[in-house]
Design a protein around this ligand. Structure first.
Ligand code: CU
Length: 822
């Protein structure tokens, strides 16, 4: 890759690291109606094009504007001859537009470009902790430090007062987790509601529902752990919301006096408890509630009938259509019918976001709105407990529809054995689901590579030795101490299996650098401390016996559920899903690292404080698409050259042999000349053989070219897709629910399905397959959430006990509160 491109990538990183909040501050000063009146006078003001002051992707008019910009970026990049030229041109346009366009809208468009355009993918988007620190400061930070030259007053006092005392604040740490918010924002970048260039991603509507449903299952597990009831759907639009949400002194700018000279943050309105439609002027309130209710009833009806309106017709609901119409997205069955004009044009789910975001100032016209609540921004929406109540309501439509569908027939299991029974307290147990942790394995020589990553080969050998062979029948589900003979003549290393996984709260820092332009090297900063959940690194060892004497490819699906919620299919959390090839009759010990989980973002961010915070050129095999184009051209050139060459060979061989044969046929002498006959046959035979051998060689060469071409194609594809999908996914630090200090009981379930029937994506997919799909097609042909996406015939527990391809065991997750580990 050229040095220039390398420099551009780093420049782009720096540009992307600059928080939009400062820019937004300037923009608002310039374009808010008051500012405009003051500068240009009323008459001219009316002439001016109205500006979007506060951008929200949930407002479809705003999203259409953003779409125009990302399409512009796409076009600019398409027109450019090289990657370098394209990046430069897009950057210049971006900077130019900053004068006239809303900076948040622009940034969103740029993120879409980076996630989706082949050229954009050479750039990386920094952690939200860097690019938008003002959106992730917790409502109540653990501490704050101001390091200022001018000795400004400390703002700690303003931060410590806590207005809210409702039970929802118990889970602020979860809802306010910076990387969970980043995940939610990033998902909406990878899956724009209006698709890309007029097309929508495969099964996007289904994924919209499934991804949020899984977030709810995780949130519920945390609620159970702190002893509060699971999320209640907000389905009665007239009902009051019992809890408000105050995003804290920083997000609401209530510490403004002290911090404004230092840095600007985007202001969010705190939401007070009360009705969803509160503060609407009385005359129109009823009308608006009625309109929104009416929209809801259309979905209630549709789900009951199993059909949605599409113009004058009705069409059968599919998960994709239901999700697309609820969100709504480009694939909504009928945009007009399933739309509300309250408070702006958007469908059911989006409108809920907007109504609540605007609930404290509902009458402000769209183009004059400078403030909204966190629900209006995907980078902050999940902070509000109402987000969850709203999404539970949205999920109810999907759940109710699923309930009406035919139950799964589980007879299509592969011929594998995963052993199971019951434990001493009568719960499901399986000797074939074994757990260990990094700390329990850390004495194994060679387990970590020089780079600090885990050595998969060592793990595999250890697994085979410790749990396979003579140890195949051993029970390691309890914490047990084992030996691993890693080399002959060496002393065995000891390690353990566990039945308990540990979590803890860790401290992180959110840092604002001085925006002093006069002194860019100024060491002024403000720093906020927050806490986030983390867990020990763990591994699954799954033993599977292939009962066929031929190779079987299987899909391994791992789920977790709080033991108390086992019978509620919506409570099951997808932990992982991967493909494994079983050899004929193999007794396989399959190892899987938690950090490879199909639900999380790759590479796993183990330390939010340091990962993706500083510029690091991405580790990719081939970094410049220009190189692929060249590679492809080389192969094509060779192929064409060779085809011509072989065509010539074949032509001449063929004409030679046909000529000889024709000559022979024409030979009509009354007395046959045996010699000549023999000679002709010989020549024809030789010619035909030469022909065949040339064809064979040609085929071999074609195969080689074909393989080479596929390699190029694969390299191009993995380059193109890896990046954006790598970055999409649930954060690693939240992979395990937090559990309790006493230890919370969970059930860990493994289900083995026939890969031939699933076609789950291969392992070269680096991102979250489960939450973001892979490439353009979702990698699993089964419905998302399978097998928990349908009602069960009887109890889930019984099904797991009876199905040969399912097994379950208990595990404990313990919150280590003693102190913070690092
Ligand atoms: Cu939402």
């Amino acid at each position: 890759m050229s040095n220039e491109l390398e420099r551009l990538r780093e420049d782009a990183w720096n540009l992307l690291s600059t928080p939009t909040s400062n820019l937004l501050g300037n923009y608002l000063q310039k374009h808010s109606s008051i500012a405009r009146l003051a500068t240009v006078g009323e008459a001219e003001e009316i002439q001016q094009e109205p500006k979007i002051l506060r951008f929200s992707i949930f407002n479809h008019l705003h999203l259409r504007e953003a779409e125009k910009i990302w399409n512009l970026f796409f076009e600019i990049a398409d027109r450019s001859n090289t990657t370098t030229e394209a990046i430069k041109a897009v950057r210049d346009t971006y900077l130019e537009l900053l004068d006239t366009k809303n900076p948040e809208l622009l940034y969103h468009s740029l993120m879409v470009f980076i996630a989706h355009h082949p050229v954009g993918r050479v750039l990386s988007v920094p952690s939200i902790l860097v690019r938008d620190p003002g959106k992730v400061v917790p409502s109540k930070p653990l501490g704050a430090t101001l390091n200022t030259a001018s000795g400004r007053p400390n703002i700690l006092a303003a931060l410590i007062e806590d207005e809210d005392h409702n039970q929802e604040t118990l889970l602020n740490w979860f809802r306010e987790d910076p990387l969970a918010n980043e995940h939610h924002q990033h998902w909406h970048v990878v899956y724009p509601a209006f698709g890309l260039r007029g097309g929508i991603k495969d099964r996007q509507g289904e994924l919209f529902i499934y991804m949020h449903q899984q977030m709810l299952a995780r949130y519920d597990a945390e609620r159970i752990a702190v002893g509060i009831e699971r999320v209640l759907a907000h389905s009665d639009y007239n009902a009051s919301i019992a809890y408000g949400y105050n995003p804290g002194a920083i997000l609401t700018n209530s510490a403004e006096i002290n911090i404004t000279p230092f840095f600007t943050v985007t202001r969010f309105t705190p939401r007070k408890p009360g009705p969803m439609f509160k503060n609407f002027d009385d005359e129109t309130l009823k009308e608006k509630v009625a309109a929104f209710n009416n929209l809801k009833e259309k979905f209630v009806d549709g789900v009951k009938k199993g059909r949605l309106k599409k113009g004058k017709k009705e069409i059968a609901i599919s998960p994709h259509l239901l999700g697309s119409t609820l969100e709504p997205s480009l694939d909504s069955t009928d945009e007009e019918y399933y739309e509300t004009k309250v408070p702006t044009q958007f469908g059911l789910h989006g409108t809920g976001h907007l109504i609540v975001a605007f609930s404290e100032n509902p009458t402000v016209p769209d183009m004059e709105r400078t403030e909204m609540g966190v629900m209006g921004d995907p980078a902050t929406a999940i902070r509000d407990p109402f987000f969850w109540a709203w999404h539970k309501h949205i999920d109810d439509f999907s759940f109710n529809w699923q309930q009406t569908q035919k139950k799964h027939d589980f007879s299509d299991y592969p011929n594998v054995l995963i052993r199971k029974g019951i434990d001493e307290v009568g719960d499901a147990w399986s000797p074939d689901i074994i757990l260990s942790t990094f700390s329990a394995l850390r004495n194994i020589p060679g387990l970590t590579t020089e780079k600090g990553t885990l050595n998969s080969e060592v793990l595999k050998r250890l697994a085979a030795q410790a749990f396979g062979g003579n140890n195949w029948n051993g029970d390691f589900t309890k914490a047990s101490s084992l030996q691993y003979q890693y080399a002959e003549n060496k002393k065995a290393a000891f390690f353990e299996t566990v039945d308990e996984l540990k979590t803890w709260m860790e401290k992180g820092k959110i840092r604002f650098l001085s925006r002093s332009e006069s002194d860019p090297k100024s060491s002024e900063y403000a720093e906020f401390e927050y806490e986030y959940l983390n867990h020990e690194e763990f591994f699954y060892f799954v033993r599977i016996q292939n009962q066929f004497n031929y190779i079987q490819k299987v899909t391994v699906r791992i789920f977790l559920v709080p033991a108390s919620e086992e019978e509620d299919r919506r409570a099951w959390i997808e932990m992982d899903k991967f493909v494994h090839e079983l050899q004929a009759n193999e007794r396989a010990v399959v190892v899987r690292k938690a950090e490879d989980s199909s639900v999380i973002r790759k590479p796993a961010i183990k330390n939010p404080d340091t990962d993706n915070v500083n510029y690091k050129p991405r580790d990719i095999n081939l970094t410049d698409p220009e190189l692929f184009i060249k590679m492809a051209a080389d192969v094509k050139y060779n192929e064409e050259g060779n085809i011509a060459q072989y065509k010539e060979f074949l032509d001449s061989n063929f004409s030679q042999s046909t000529k000889v044969l024709a000559d022979f046929a024409d030979y009509n002498e009354p007395t046959p000349n045996v010699n000549r006959e023999m000679e002709a046959v010989k020549l024809a035979k030789e010619a035909a053989e030469a022909c065949i051998s040339n064809i064979t060689q040609f085929k071999i060469n074609l195969k080689i070219y074909e393989e080479a071409l596929f390699k190029v194609l694969k390299a191009v594809q993995s380059f193109i897709y890896n990046k954006s999908y790598c970055e999409c996914g649930w954060p690693y630090n939240l992979l395990l629910p937090r559990g309790t200090t006493d230890g919370m009981k969970f059930k860990l379930m493994v289900m083995i399905t026939d890969w031939q029937k699933d076609i789950v994506g291969e392992e070269d997919c680096c991102g979250s397959m489960s939450y973001c799909g892979a490439k353009d097609r979702y990698p699993d042909v089964r419905p998302m959430g399978y097998p928990f996406d349908r009602a069960f015939e009887g109890s889930i527990k019984n099904l797991i006990a009876l199905q040969p391809n399912m097994a379950c065991r208990s595990i404990t997750i313990k919150l280590n509160n003693d102190g913070i580990q690092s």
